[in-house]
Ligand binder design. Sequence first.
Ligand code: GLU
Ligand code: ZN
Length: 477
Amino acid sequence: MNVPVRTRIAPAPSGSIHVGNARTALYNWLFARQNEGSFVLRVEDTDAKRASEEAYRGVLDDLTWLGLDWDEGPGVDGDFGPYRQSERTNRYQAAALGLVDRGHAYRCYCTREELEQRRAAAHAERRPGYDGHCRALSDEETRSFEADGRASVVRFKVPADRTISFEDVVRGTITTQSAQIPDFVIQRSDGSPMYMLATSVDDVLMNITHIIRGDDLISATPRQLLLRNAMDVFDVPVFAHLPLLVDERGRPLSKRWGDVSVRVYRDGGFVAEAMVNYLALLGWSYDDRTNVFSIDDLVDKFSLERVGRNPAAFDIAKLEWLNLHYIKGMSIENLAERLVPFCTRAGLDADSRAGREILRSVAPLLVERLRRLDEAPPMVRFLFEDPEPDEKAAAALGGRGEYLAEAAASLAGLEKWTTPAVEEALRALAAERGLKPKQAFQPIRAAVTGTLVSPPLFESLEILGREKTLTRLRAAA
Ligand code: GLU
Ligand code: ZN
C-alpha cells in the first residue's frame, strides 16, 4: 500500500523568508504536488523572543507571493493541527515527560558555571559537550536540588555504542556513531521545547514522509532519529538534504534578516515566476542546458535525484535575466497591474482608475525594457505629475527656449495627435534647424518628462496628450 506523501516547510517567523528556506519550501512543494501529496506549513515559533505577529505574517506572505500554497497550516485546517509550534507546547511537554518516565531522558540541574568549569577540565581529555553528570543522580540529590529551587533542563540520554545510519537521497548513506553525540537538551528550564524535540515530535505526529531541508541540518538528523526511536517510532522518513547556498565568492549566504530575504527581491522588482524558476535551479538541474521552467514544468520535471551535492552559487545576473524574460512574456494588463504597488510606493497615484489607465497605456513601451519592476516609476512619473527637471534634464534645457517654443508651435498645428504625426513634425523641425537627433530631441524629452531616461519619446508624447505636451514645452521655453 502506498503511503500518501507528506512534506513540510518549517520556517521560523523571521519577517521574510530567507532565500535558502524559500528554495527548501519550493522543493517540498514541488515534490508534494508531483506526488499528489500534501504540503504542510508548520511555523516554528517556539523561540518567543523572535516571534512577533508581524514576523509570522511576513513569512506567510512570502510563501503566498511565491505561489507555494499549503494544504495544511495556518489558515488551512487539517487533521494534524495546530500548525504553530507555540500552540503545541502541551504535546512537547508530554513527549519530554514520557521520555523521562521511560528512562530515555533525565533532568539536569547543572548551572552554567558548573558546566563551564567541568568543560574546561574535560577539554584536556578532548571530550566535547555535556559529560553526563546528571544521568545518575540519586533520589536524595534530586530532592535536594529541587528543595533548593534549582532550575533544570531535560536532556536526552544518548544510548551508548549505537551506529546511526540513514540514506539521504542527495548525499547517500550517512553514518554517525552515538559516542559522537553528547546528551543534548530537549526542554529548556522554562518548559519550552528545544528545536530538536519539537521538530521530532511534530514530524512524527504530522506523519511527515519526506524531510527535505538544507544540509545545515544534516547533523540534526541522527539526533532526531534517536529521538524517534525513543518515542517508539521505527519507520524512517525519506531524507534529502539540499546543498548549501553560497555567494559568488563561495561564502555561505548569510542568514541575517534582510540581505538575502525573499522580501528584498520582491520589493526590488523581481517577479514571482522568475524567483521560483531561479530558486528551482539553485541545486537542481534538468539537463544542464534548459534554464526556463514555468511552475507547471517544474511540477512535471523536478526530481530529488537530480539535486546536486555541490554548493549552489547565487547568481544575481541569472535572476535578472530570468526576470526580464518573464516580464517580456507578460500581457499588458498583467504588467500594468503589477506596476501599481511599485508606483504607489514611489508616491504616484497609481492605485486608482485613472492611474491604472495610465499604466495600461504606457505598459507596451515598458514590456520589452524593464529588467525589474522597480525601474518603472521614474520612467512613468511624467504621466502622473508635472515634472521637476532633474540635473541632467536641466542641463539639456539650457539655452534652448526658442527652439522649444518652435517645437510647441509645430506640434500645436498637428491635425492628428499620433506617434507618427508627432515624429514627423519633430523630425521636420530638426532638419530645418540642422540639428542631429540627440540635439533636437533631448531638450524636448527634458522639458516634457523632466528626465532623460523616459520611454521612447514620440510614443511618450502621444500618451501624455497634446495639451500637457504643449503646456510643458511652453513652460520650459
Ligand atoms: N526551523 C528550521 C529552519 O528554519 C527548519 C527545521 C527543519 O526543517 O527541520 O531552519
Ligand atoms: Zn547536569
